[in-house]
Structure formats: C-alpha cells, structure tokens
Design a protein. Sequence first.
Length: 408
Amino acid sequence: MREAWIIDGVRTPRGRGKAGGGLHHLHPQELLAQCLNGLVERTGIDPSRVEDVVIGNAEFNNDHGACIGRLATLHAGWPVTTPGMTLNRYCGSGQQAATFAAMGILSGQQDLVVAGGVESMSHWGGGTEATMIGQNPALGERYPIVPQGISADAIATLEGFTREDVDAFAVTSQDRAAKAIAGGHFDRSLLAVRNADGSVALDREEFPRPGTTLESLAGLRAAFAAMGGAAVEGFPKTFDQMVIDHYDALTSIDHVHTGGNSSGVVDGAAAVLLASKELAQAEGWTARGRIRSTAVVGSDPVLMLTAPTPAVERVLAKAGMSVGDIDLWEINEAFAAIPLKTMRDLSIDPDKVNVNGGAIALGHPIGATGVMLLQTVLDELERRDLSTGLVVMCTGGGMGTATIVERT
C-alpha cells in the first residue's frame, strides 16, 4: 500500500502584516521562493525531479495573482520544466495543498511533490466585498454569509463563551508561544528570510505579545460590534440581524472577540516536500512523518466556523482512530471560540492542544498557515518523542480541513 512521506519542511517567521512589518518590503513570490530553495538546501533534492508544486493562497489578486505557485517556482530559479499551481480554500488553502500533494502520491500518479502556501497580508488590497457571497445577491438571500468575526461572535453567544473565557484562552496562547520561542521549539523548521543583499530581513516570530494579561486584554474594544450593528449597503438589515433572523436560538449577539483574542494579521510562507515511500526508500531518504489521513467537510456557511468538529470526526473515522489516539492537536486559532468549541465538542484534553501557542499569538498568514501547522506539530512530536498529531482548521464559506500525521 502506497504512503505519502513527509521528507522535510521549512517556513518563514511570521512578520507583522502592516507596512512596518519585517517582511512587508518583500514580494510574496520572494517569500515562497526562499522556502522552495530552503527545501533544496535542506534535502539536497534536484528541483527538476519535483513533479508539481502545489501552493495555497487566499488573495489571488495583484502581487499574489497570476498563479503564484508557478511564478514563485520560476522566481526561485527552478527549471522551467517544474510546474506549479495555486488553489484557494480560504484559511485551509495551505493544508489543502498538502492534501492534494499527498493524494497525487497515494494515487500512484506522482512520487515527488512540494506543497506550500503564502500570504503577505500587509499587501492585501482594498475593495473586498462586505459579505462572502461573490457579488451574488440571490445567494445572499439564501445564506447571509457575513464577515467571519460576526460568525465567531455568534458561535461564542450560542456556546455561552464569555469575554473572560476567550481572553483567558488568548493569554494561554501567548504564554505558550513565548515559552516555545524561548525554548527554540520552532527552530527546526524556521528559515531566516533574507534581503537581496544577503542581509537578514527577519529570523524570528514578530507578532507575539509576551506578557499579555487578562487585564491588558480586558481593555480592548470588541472588534466586530460596530460592524455587526451597522447598515450594510445593498442589504435591508445589519449583519447582526441577518444572523439573528437565521437562527431561532439567537436573540442578540454578544461581541466578545477583539484584536487580542483573534488570529493576527501577518505575512509568511511555508513549504514541505512529500515523496512516495518507494521513491524515498530507493533514494535512501529519511522521512520525518507520513500523512495518515485527510478530510474536508462543509458546514453551515452562516456560522461558518463550526466545521472543525465534523472534520475531525471524519478524518479520525477514515484512519480508524479515536480522539484518544491523538498525541498532539493543532486547532487553528482563527478566533478563540473556535478551538474552545472544538475541544468541548470532542472532549479533547486542552493540555494537548496548541501546546506552543497558536494564531492568536503567532498570527495567521491565511494561505500558509496549514503548512506551518503541519510542521509545528511534527516538530513537537519529535521533541516530545510522540507519534501522532492532528491539524484542523475552519475556513471561510463554512468548511473544515483536517490532517492526521504520524512519525515514521
């Protein structure tokens, strides 16, 4: 039976997603190209043997556009014969890239594939539509797909998560990230990003706020309250009222999420090299892990962020495993309510979840995060000498992506 082996991976640090951020001055193609060439340096592979480069990205416009997966491969100086592609599954794009790479190998159609993701969120342009309906009012009448922050607050309201609950989770994320950075837990995968002159642009995580406390978070305003209560051009109701009218259980929305308990806006890129077991053994390559099982599910597009639970259930079922078989979990911290709900739904031990912090502390470079989390969980499994990790993410439009990785 074929297996998809993870040979190795590299990623950039996450730079603050604004004009003064450490990676802002670099083209997103450059960030991804440095990861691709970092893989070559680390593994010694010949890029001409790579059968595809599959890249996740959520922007798809401007300097992220025109198939950044192919263009970054060319920018890296790889042979023109090495193809590249780009896909968008919102926040799960990078994880989906790894899934498609694994599928190519498991199907027997490919033997050596690079998967990755990139997002320079400081480069995102304006003009994004208010709702996620693709400028189709007929779809908006069926599903009032509101901005994600409104959905996250609605989930918190339905679940009974208070401001104190989500802030406490955020403090834990910051504390764990600070300890992980001090302990060098990310060093195995981290790549120093360099400027054109060879000087270091960024070689450390730039977003974390060590020393964050409940008191400091309590002073932050609710990030989505004004948005939820404002009139929306082209719609007869506010965002809040759209959601309330969609759910009998809601009479109001308690806006508990802030900039301090939601995922951070950052720039970054990541890449991993996957190979078939047969090729790896023939070449004498040592694998760090393998893709045991993958899954993607759809869920309610209005609440939007509830799919991690069914995604976990599906990926576990496909692997013939249970929650208790997983040593470490990475549940993407899009908003604090999402991992809190997933842990509650599935009775997951919080001490096994995001043990090095998550996107609240480290940031969420949309298209790259899934690949970064695969590396994070594999690094930590090795550090603790454990076996099995599970990565799960919510995405825009009401979907969830999940992957189980095992050390080989």
